[in-house]
Design a protein around this ligand. Structure first.
Ligand SMILES: NC(=O)C1=CN([C@@H]2O[C@H](COP(=O)(O)OP(=O)(O)OC[C@H]3O[C@@H](n4cnc5c(N)ncnc54)[C@H](OP(=O)(O)O)[C@@H]3O)[C@@H](O)[C@H]2O)C=CC1
Ligand SMILES: O=C(O)[C@@H]1CCC=N1
Length: 268
């Protein structure tokens, strides 16, 4: 494990903040981190908070700003890059090649796609990069370890993996809401319905994560033949309703990633 000695975090909002929380929770020394964020008010003890990119050398620089802010941010960030600096980019859609053109002096560039569960060390983390030394690869993998399950992927799959694993929590949160709202519309008090919906999804996903059988088999275990669950599953599965809806959902998210790649390529 070769964590960076000094790491610059540019942008510390929803996702950057979740990652920082995950690193600190995982025992990474707070003194490792310098955060640059225009309005963030506080950071954990030991972390340095700045308004502007400082001078100096960093082993790793993480970009966690909105993709649409990249063009404006580049001039301020580029000077901190050097042959010993690995750039990690969370920017959805923005391709490795676009980053390489914007940051030609970076010693290595990696696209990284976690989700908000990084704060709990439970995020899938997709990684894509090329030309990294063994030491740089080891550093990136050491950084992902406290946040969850790192996995190198083909960059051609990045938009789809972003839809699945980056945006995915939002789709799950919608499902929890729908479970509760549906029960409310059928007569259960709202607060009780929401509480039961959340507890059900929490328990079901924890069991699925620990189980040695597939989610499909678990669903079959819940469903007694001719019972209540089967009646519900038949409704979800009729004409592939749920599968088609989720396929359309991932397709729309991935397509937006491809559009954002194009916008970034054109300099947006
Ligand atoms: N949210 C998520 O679940 C996920 C997000 N991502 C990616 O992470 C990135 C960040 O998303 P998210 O955290 O949701 O966005 P947020 O808007 O919550 O966070 C971005 C932060 O960066 C700050 N910022 C903006 N410009 C600069 C700058 N030039 N220098 C330093 N800080 C700056 C913003 O400040 P201010 O608001 O004051 O402008 C804000 O605090 C995006 O590229 C997104 O694609 C990837 C996976 C999941
Ligand atoms: O919505 C977005 O564009 C980002 C990428 C994945 C999650 N949030």
């Amino acid at each position: 494990m070769t964590l960076p000695r000094k790491m610059l975090l540019i942008g510390c909002g929803n996702m950057g903040g979740a990652m920082l929380a995950g690193w600190l929770r995982g025992g990474v020394a707070p003194e490792t981190f310098t955060v640059v964020d225009p309005y963030l008010e506080t950071v954990a003890d030991g972390v340095t908070l700045l308004r502007e990119v400082p001078e100096g050398e960093f082993d790793a620089v993480q970009l966690a700003i909105k993709p649409q802010g990249l063009a404006d941010a580049v001039p301020g960030i580029e000077p901190v890059m050097g042959p010993n600096t690995v750039l990690l980019s969370l920017l959805a859609g923005v391709e490795w090649e676009t980053l390489a053109q914007r940051f030609p002096r970076a010693g290595g560039i990696v696209r990284i796609m976690p989700n908000l569960s990084a704060a709990l060390g439970k995020s899938p983390i997709a990684l894509a990069g090329e030309g990294l030394s063994d030491a740089q690869t080891a550093m990136v993998e050491a950084l992902t370890a406290p946040l969850g399950q790192g996995e190198w992927i083909d960059e051609g799959h990045f938009d789809l993996v972003t839809a699945l694993a980056g945006s995915g929590p939002a789709f799950v949160y919608r499902f929890i809401d729908a479970l509760g709202a549906a029960a409310t519309s059928l007569g259960l008090p709202e607060e009780q319905a929401q509480r039961l919906a959340l507890a059900t999804v929490e328990g079901a996903s924890a069991l699925a994560a620990q189980s040695d059988v597939s989610p499909g088999d678990l669903a079959r275990r819940v469903a007694s033949p001719g019972g209540t669950t089967q009646a519900g599953l038949d409704t979800l599965d009729a004409n592939n309703r749920l599968l088609d809806l989720i396929t359309d959902t991932l397709r729309a998210a991935a397509r937006r990633g491809a559009e954002m790649a194009e916008e970034a390529r054109r300099g947006g």
